[in-house]
Ligand binder design. Structure first.
Ligand code: NAG
Ligand code: NAG
Ligand code: NAG
Length: 350
């Protein structure tokens, strides 16, 4: 090859590189996109008994038109952050059910300015993992697989809520650990509480918004009993039938009593299953939910929840009640302290 020809090729090569480097190649919108990997496959997988789970089931909400956009409210993000903040040795999994998308925010449609800081807030915790979950694959190989295929669940009048009920028991069966509703604020460390517990929300019902079961042994047996009860007593027409009532019936069986206060005071009787009194998680009852939002009830509410592990804020009643950032209501005070990043990323209203 003559030196002349070689120089010519070199020139061509340099020119090509120059063009490539300067071409206006559209960049993928990396900042706006977060891949949601499958909960069953992605690493890290939930460590049995040492994980916290949240479920997001709004894709089953007929009113939800934007199925390709991942959304969390500031209050949901607060629940997640508070769990991650107070339990640094547990992994927190937020499972988005049957979402096909991988984009968190479509910059043309979604409200990037509002949503992105919220996602940044939780993703700044190294123990938070966002995952997608396929209902069918998640149930495969469990006692719920066949029942799910029969289709009763999908004929429910309260689909979002009943799928959420279904999943919380299924998750506890799969992994054990701590299930939390999205409308809680964790106020204290919970990772040291011995497993196998739930809380009472009234004199007649246990609640299913905060439950912990061990991944094996007795805890796993309780989860299996819950799945069995869920199938046997499922009623798509009754809102509470498949959530609180499941754990209530199962506990009544384990403890050999229907009396909730007897369950609370006598753990031996419940074979080690612990029923916390109302004060642990539901110190403010659902009929008093407005107290969380009323600055005049601040002292009273803080006093009532001073020994609580978490507060449950009754989202189905309270979601439309706005909180201006800086408000002196109890919910704002919990948020400032227990989910500071979510609170500050919320914008004008929390
Ligand atoms: C984004 O948020 C602003 C302020 O809340 C609102 O006015 C606007 O309609 C939102 N835009 C979209 C596309 O949701
Ligand atoms: C919860 O279940 C685990 C696993 O079966 C068991 O070892 C443990 O003793 C139980 N916890 C309590 C407090 O009973
Ligand atoms: C439950 O037991 C407690 C304590 O033994 C008793 O005072 C209460 O009346 C019982 N409640 C019901 C509904 O039976």
């Amino acid at each position: 090859m003559s030196p002349h020809l070689r120089n010519g090729r070199l020139l061509l090569f340099v020119a090509l590189i120059f063009i490539l480097v300067n071409a206006e190649v559209p960049q993928p919108a990396v900042e706006e996109s977060i891949r949601l990997d499958d909960a069953l496959l992605a690493e890290p997988r939930p460590t049995p008994g040492r994980s916290i789970f949240f479920h997001e089931t709004s894709c089953y909400d007929a009113k939800n038109k934007n199925l390709n956009i991942l959304k969390l409210t500031a209050r949901q993000v607060c629940a997640i952050e508070s769990a991650a903040l107070h339990n640094p040795n547990f992994q927190v999994f937020v499972l988005f059910v049957d979402r096909k998308y991988s984009l968190v925010v479509d910059p043309n449609v979604g409200n990037r300015s509002i949503q992105q800081p919220l996602f940044d807030a939780i993703l700044s915790y190294s123990n938070v993992h966002l995952r997608r979950l396929n209902l069918w694959r998640y149930a495969a190989g469990t006692p719920m697989e066949k029942w799910l295929r029969e289709g009763n669940l999908f004929r429910s009048r309260y689909l979002v809520s009943h799928i959420s009920d279904f999943l919380r028991y299924l998750t506890l069966f799969r992994y054990g650990g701590l299930y939390l509703d999205m409308d809680v604020v964790v106020l204290r460390r919970m990772e040291d509480i011995p497993p196998n517990y739930t809380g009472a929300e009234s004199d007649t019902f246990l609640a299913a918004g905060i439950m912990n079961l061990a991944a094996s042994g007795f805890g796993h047996q309780i989860a299996a009993s819950c799945l069995h009860d869920f199938q046997t007593n499922f009623d798509g027409n009754v809102w509470g039938q498949n959530g609180p009532e499941v754990i209530t019936r199962v506990a009544q069986q384990i403890c050999g009593t229907k009396n909730i206060s007897v369950m609370q005071t006598n753990r031996k009787r419940c074979l080690g299953f612990k029923v916390f009194g109302r004060g642990a998680f539901y110190a403010v009852t659902s009929d008093k939910w407005l107290n969380f939002f009323n600055p005049h009830k601040l002292e009273e509410t803080l006093a009532r929840t001073k020994d609580s592990y978490a507060v449950h804020v009754w989202n189905s009643q309270s979601e439309k009640q706005p909180i201006k950032i800086g408000s002196t209501c109890a919910y704002a005070k919990y948020a400032e302290k227990n989910c500071p990043r979510a609170y500050h990323a919320a914008g004008e209203y929390f």
